[in-house]
Design a protein around this ligand. Structure first.
Ligand code: ZN
Ligand code: ZN
Length: 1011
């Protein structure tokens, strides 16, 4: 006996039940045991940042894809690692803790105490990782929970130290002095790749200022500049003009580019190169820094003529390009603001004012001194800190860099060997590798990888490569080192290898992408001489994980990863950092195949923001949609388009699931009535099959082949599409066409349907693991206890010609339905005749087509019942024919044309090309016609008394069956029936009885009685 199924699945409830069964039966452990020692399939998990207290639906997307492919490979018998990872350091964590503690600046963090701050950061990671694991388990993700990697482990840090020491050995490490993007709230510079993250560029209204500088050697004349960053004006040292553009002087003495003011008249015109060298008075020469500068006009070929005045204000301490120009023209560099974006005290009345607060005061001052020409607002896309949303500024900074020039060709060469899905993602990586600058790896923060750099006054840069080396070279403080982390590590000075003096570590911490990038080495035991149990659980990770540090032989067997998957943004982040580190360390890519996918938006296509109220907590999604529905939504998404996630699409998916559910329920209900007990040992039906059964067997093989190909291509959408089409074929063709065979025990039908459903559960199990297992456990009672323990069904080539035949029959029926609904005839009205043209396989199926479409006969041949209607395509034909168009149009309308080969038409002596006409096929009077892709069907819509009476019969049968259902009768219950139609009774009493399971039918008011 199968367990009876309710009318609808309760997804969340059945999922919790299945989770419980997996736990009790140790299903995942059984799978791993079974596959241990088999061929390996290596997947490396990109770490999720452990800073949130619940799983987000964004994160659940990636986790689902990872789980789907690990499950698929598991079913195929591959040995896998299943190691999950957490990102545990960096600004994400720090900023959250700062907010929780109400700290607003680095000074406040230091007053709070870095040691306690570090402990609070770790606490966030501990709680967040627990919550993320809980959410992931609820999602159905199978991972080796408890052996997770945490990037703040000392071991992970030591591996990065080793990498940095190697890079230093090659001469790639250097300290750069440059103007760089800076977050004044976080007090640190940001790297190029951090600026590529989504949400960094946001529209913002800034002051738009036009300012004029008085020329020192041309009395009463000015050069005019335009800026959106007033705070940079006190750091102005030069003004740049394009040497080849023309500049003009207005009557009032102001010089601007002529091209930008085409309607103005100028009293004097000069080439930009003639302005070069002019000296001017700076806007804030009354402040000490400005007063010491000789301001002058310089040439710059990158000055554009698309906005502003064509003259660019140059402040080398506040802009990347400005800084580069300062080197070319030997300009002084003024740095007006400190780490927190506040003016230094030599800026007088601006002292302590932030860059944003300064705007109004600066504008007011410029107005008073006569420098201001115009002030307004200007909205533009402006970069913001990816973590705290503060608008970024440019600031002069000393940062540590890894030079990329030497390794770049090798990076490009290795990337060309990676199989990227979708392909364009690989091109994006290639573009990034071509254009990226040196890697800025230092951050002026607290909770992060301590950079092991100890620069000595003697000029030697000491780079420590391991904790052991630190112990050997420490002057003091090693014993108090709780973790490789600030503040403890800052208390361990070392001895300089060159001169023997005591040197301290720089205070900077590392870019978090170093933490995640080293994972293919640190978790797999690269160059580790012997296996250390729980050897990865060091430093802050101690007690959180039991992960081992494997030996080098293990690394050899699991590196590189066969597959990794993350969202597109990670091309310049994790995909990049691990790729760079791997090519640097061992000369090859850390992954062979990548699946990258686009962004998640809400169902209206907007970004999801907590403040807009359109985010969906995973908890709500679990309880309202269920994990399977979420997973389906993720998997049915083409990776090259944004996912519009929400409850609306979830509703559609539930409806789809219900169709499948109903097919299973149909088998369960009638199987129980007939005592059907299938056996796992004879999966494929071995009894004599009817043609429709043979078709479903082949159709099932097609599903297995298509789903397998989809998984192999790492395209879940191919799997969900194949499954959708299959469910439609089972429900709307096989069951629909065979329904009666289930009312009595037709073994072939039961066996065939069971086979089809069981196989479909097996191939869809990775995508919807809960529903698939729930139904599996009901349908397969003597096989593997879980669908996730059944082996993968071996794909075999199905009988393509049989499949093509039925596919064509279904298309004919579908067109017939279209024709019927276009004619607005009642659905149950029988018709006399259907004519079908353009088929190649469907001729043998006239009976089925007739039955499906309620027609008495089906003819194959030319459809005379329709006619071509040809109209001129006016935009194309109008210009060609001119005045003759009218005549041609009238001829076409009268049908006076000749159809030529290749879709051309001859009319009135003109030959019209296919794109010059619009062609329609319409039914003649009394016919309904539909046509698609070379198939045409025509329904004879003429009705006679006979057809009308039969329609009346069918309406009654329908009514009676609704009554049966409403009175709660079992499917097999017999009834007594009364109907009020003498004509129907006289002609169709037998059919009425047969189709309503009535033992008797008599004349009377419509009613039924249980017999
Ligand atoms: Zn910030
Ligand atoms: Zn030294």
């Amino acid at each position: 006996m199968f367990s009876p199924l309710p009318d609808k699945p309760d997804h969340p409830a059945l999922e919790l039940e299945i989770l419980d069964l997996w736990e009790r039966e140790q299903t995942f452990e059984q799978l791993r045991d079974r596959n241990r020692g088999n061929t390996r399939w290596s997947f490396v998990d990109g770490p999720v940042t452990a800073n949130r207290m619940s799983l987000g639906v964004h994160t659940a997307w990636g986790r689902t894809l990872k789980d789907v492919f690990q499950r698929y490979k598991g079913l195929r018998g591959f040995d896998q690692r299943y190691q999950n990872g957490f990102d545990c350091q960096g600004l994400w964590i720090e900023v959250g803790v700062e907010r929780a503690l109400g700290l607003n600046s680095k000074r406040e963090i230091e007053e709070f105490g870095i040691e306690e701050f570090a402990r609070r950061c770790r606490e966030v990671v501990v709680q967040s990782s627990e919550a993320l694991i809980r959410g992931s388990i609820r999602l159905g993700q199978w991972m080796d929970w408890g052996n997770d990697y945490y990037t703040f482990s000392d071991t992970n840090i030591e591996y990065i130290w080793k990498f940095l020491a190697i890079v230093h050995g090659r001469g790639w490490l250097y300290m750069g002095h440059r103007s760089t993007e800076w977050c004044p709230r976080c007090g640190t510079s940001l790297s190029q790749h951090e600026l590529t993250q989504s949400g960094v560029y946001q529209d913002r209204a800034d002051p738009s200022l036009t300012v004029r500088f008085p020329l020192l050697d041309r009395e009463g004349e000015y050069i005019v500049v335009w800026t959106t960053t007033p705070w940079t004006l006190p750091a102005n040292v030069a003004a740049a003009v394009h040497p080849d553009e023309e500049y003009g002087r207005r009557e009032n003495g102001e010089w601007v580019a002529v091209k930008l003011f085409p309607d103005e008249t100028f009293v004097e015109r000069l080439r930009g190169s003639e302005l070069v060298g002019w000296r001017y008075r700076g806007p804030f020469d009354d402040l000490p820094p400005g007063s010491a500068v000789e301001h002058r006009v310089i040439p710059w070929a990158d000055v554009t003529m698309d906005q502003g005045t064509g003259i660019v204000h140059i402040a080398p301490g506040c802009g990347g390009e400005d800084f580069e120009l300062s080197k070319v023209h030997d300009l002084p560099v003024l740095t007006p603001v400190d780490e927190s974006g506040r003016f230094y005290d030599d800026y007088g009345w601006l002292h302590g004012v932030s860059t944003t607060e300064a705007a109004d005061q600066i504008i007011g001052r410029l107005g008073e001194t006569g420098f201001l020409v115009d002030a307004g607002l200007y909205t533009h896309a402006y970069p913001h800190c990816w973590r705290c949303d503060t608008p970024l500024i440019f600031r002069l900074s000393d940062d540590w860099f890894i030079s990329v020039e030497e390794i770049r060709p090798k990076l490009l060469e290795e990337n060309a060997k990676v199989h990227w899905v979708p392909e364009y993602m690989g091109k994006r990586m290639d573009d990034w590798l071509h254009n990226m600058g040196d890697w800025n790896i230092s951050r002026r923060r607290y909770y992060g990888l301590p950079l092991p750099f100890y620069p000595c006054a003697c000029g030697h840069l000491n780079v420590i490569s391991s904790k052991e080396e630190l112990r050997e070279r420490a002057v003091e403080g090693f014993e108090q080192l709780e973790e490789l982390r600030r503040p403890w590590i800052d208390r361990v000075p070392i001895r300089c290898a060159e001169c023997g003096e005591t040197v301290s570590r720089i205070l900077e911490v590392g870019d978090v992408w170093l933490d995640a990038g080293i994972v293919p080495f640190s978790t797999l035991g690269w160059e580790n001489p012997e296996w250390i149990e729980e050897g990865y659980a060091t430093g802050a990770a101690k007690g959180l994980t039991k992960a081992d540090l494997p030996d080098h032989a293990y690394w050899e067997t699991w590196f590189p990863a066969d597959w990794v998957s993350e969202m597109r943004e990670q091309i310049r982040l994790w995909f990049y950092s691990q790729f760079f580190m791997s090519v640097a360390l061992v000369g090859r890519s850390p992954y062979q195949r990548v699946l990258a996918y686009e962004k998640m938006l809400d169902e209206q296509g907007r970004e999801m923001h907590a403040s807009w109220g359109n985010t969906i907590p995973a908890e709500d999604a679990f309880s309202q949609m269920g994990a399977d529905v979420m997973r389906w939504q993720y998997c049915a998404q083409p990776p090259d388009r944004n996912l519009l996630f929400g409850f609306g699409p979830a509703h559609e998916i539930k409806r789809k699931f219900l169709t499948f559910w109903n097919s299973v329920k149909f088998l369960v209900d009638y199987g129980n009535i007939e005592g059907f007990t299938p056996g796992w040992d004879q999966l494929e039906p071995d009894v004599e099959l009817r043609p429709l059964d043979r078709w479903l067997v082949e159709r099932t093989k097609q599903l297995v082949a298509e789903a397998t190909a989809g998984y192999e291509a790492t395209l879940t959408i191919d799997v969900t599409r194949a499954f959708d089409a299959f469910v439609d074929d089972v429900s709307n063709w096989y069951i629909r066409r065979s329904r009666r065979r289930f009312y009595s025990f037709d073994e072939a039908a039961f066996r065939t349907l069971w086979f089809a459903l069981v196989q479909s559960l097996r191939v869809i199990a990775p995508v919807m693991p809960f529903l698939a297992d729930h139904l599996w456990r009901n349908l397969v009672q003597d096989g593997p206890a879980s669908v996730h323990l059944a082996p993968w069904p071996e794909p075999v080539e199905p009988d393509r010609s049989l499949l093509a035949e039925i596919a064509e029959v279904r298309r004919v029926v579908e067109l017939g339905r279209q024709a019927r609904s276009a004619s607005q005839l009642k659905h149950r009205q029988p018709l006399r005749r259907l004519v079908v043209a353009g088929t190649t396989h469907a001729e043998g199926h006239a009976d089925e087509i007739a039955e499906e479409l309620r027609v008495k006969e089906v003819e194959f041949g030319d459809v005379q019942a329709s006619e071509l209607r040809v109209k001129p395509n006016l935009p194309v034909l109008g210009p060609k024919l001119g005045a003759q168009l009218r005549e041609v149009r009238e001829s076409l309308q009268r049908g006076e044309f000749e159809q030529l080969a290749d879709g051309r038409f001859q009319v009135d002596g003109h030959v019209l090309e296919p794109d010059e006409v619009l062609v329609e096929r319409v039914g003649r009077e009394g016919w309904a016609v539909a046509s698609l892709d070379g198939l045409t069907v025509a329904l004879d819509t003429a009705l006679d008394d006979e057809l009308l009476l039969e329609a009346k019969l069918l309406d009654r049968v329908h009514e009676v069956n609704v009554l049966r259902k409403d009175s709660g009768l079992e499917l097999t219950d017999r009834i007594k029936l009364w109907i009020p139609d003498a004509d129907v009774l006289e002609r169709y009493a037998d059919r009425l009885q047969a189709e309503t399971l009535a033992l008797s039918v008599e004349f009377g008011e419509l009613r039924i009685e249980k017999a």
